[in-house]
Ligand binder design. Structure first.
Ligand SMILES: Cc1cc2nc3c(=O)[nH]c(=O)nc-3n(C[C@H](O)[C@H](O)[C@H](O)COP(=O)(O)O)c2cc1C
Ligand SMILES: Cc1ncc(COP(=O)(O)O)c(CN)c1O
Length: 223
């Protein structure tokens, strides 16, 4: 049991009412819709590119936050370690889901699609643009593997620093991007009385270019 002073008590009393932003209409292609919403999120949300990435594989569902680093009509791109848990899960089953949780705007965007690795050239270009410390960290980390201690992590970091002391840090070959090509994308706007606006774009289960209006059907969903 939690006592009354615990932050975990009375969770059921916590209630935020939505609806101040007014109603939302569909009508444009999903790329235009997403671009408009992203621009608005950029102005209001602290880290609007933080998104949930859900994976599925034989070991069951899994989910974690990653950073959206690019969007174009082909899809949504993030970067990670290909030998991490998520990398192995995507290798086993490339179907993934993304959620952009823009709580403070009472909005979320949900994406279902297929993840494929970005080209080495795209991964190289993004890796080269990261701060040097993050490059060193990426080389020093076997992401998602057990490590003995913080000291062992620092020793691995220092070894990489020493190895490339006077040189650029090259992208490790197991680090790179994925682009999620969507076949379903839903825009959710919270409304009063939990009577929200939901618009879902679907492309017949096949990934389609987000700006190809003819490839998508749009439906309003009950909240
Ligand atoms: C705000 C935020 C952003 C993150 N961005 C990334 C990212 O872009 N790439 C990444 O590999 N991990 C990122 N992480 C760490 C992941 O959530 C996760 O801990 C890590 O990738 C290992 O996941 P896995 O074991 O499921 O592969 C981020 C975490 C947070 C909280
Ligand atoms: C382990 C890891 N890898 C990659 C990233 C992406 O960050 P960056 O903006 O440095 O590419 C993050 C962001 N939190 C991270 O935690």
């Amino acid at each position: 049991m939690t006592d009354d002073r615990s932050p975990l008590s009375r969770l059921s009393d916590q209630r935020v009412e939505y609806g101040a932003r007014g109603e939302v209409a569909a009508g444009t292609d999903p790329f235009t819709f997403f671009s408009q919403w992203y621009a608005e999120a950029q102005a209001e949300i602290r880290e609007p590119n933080a998104m949930l990435l859900a994976t599925a594989s034989d070991s069951g569902p899994d989910a974690r936050i990653v950073l959206l680093k690019g969007v174009d009509p082909a899809g949504f791109t993030f970067f990670t370690n290909y030998t991490s848990a998520k990398g192995l899960q995507i290798a086993a089953d490339a179907r993934v889901a993304l959620v952009l949780p823009w709580h403070d705007m009472h909005r979320q965007v949900r994406v279902q699609g297929i993840a494929t690795r970005t080209s080495a050239a795209v991964s190289d270009e993004y890796f080269a643009a990261r701060p040097r410390g993050a490059q060193v960290g990426a080389r020093a980390s076997h992401q998602s593997q057990p490590v003995d201690s913080r000291a062992a992590m620092h020793a691995a970091f220092d070894r990489v620093e020493a190895e490339f002391a006077d040189a650029e840090v090259p992208r490790p070959e197991q680090w790179g991007g994925y682009t999620v090509a969507p076949h379903r994308i839903e825009f959710w706007q919270g409304q009063a009385n939990r009577f929200h606006d939901r618009f879902v774009y679907e492309s017949a289960d096949r990934p389609a270019a987000l700006d190809d209006a003819a490839a998508w059907t749009v439906a309003r969903l009950d909240p």
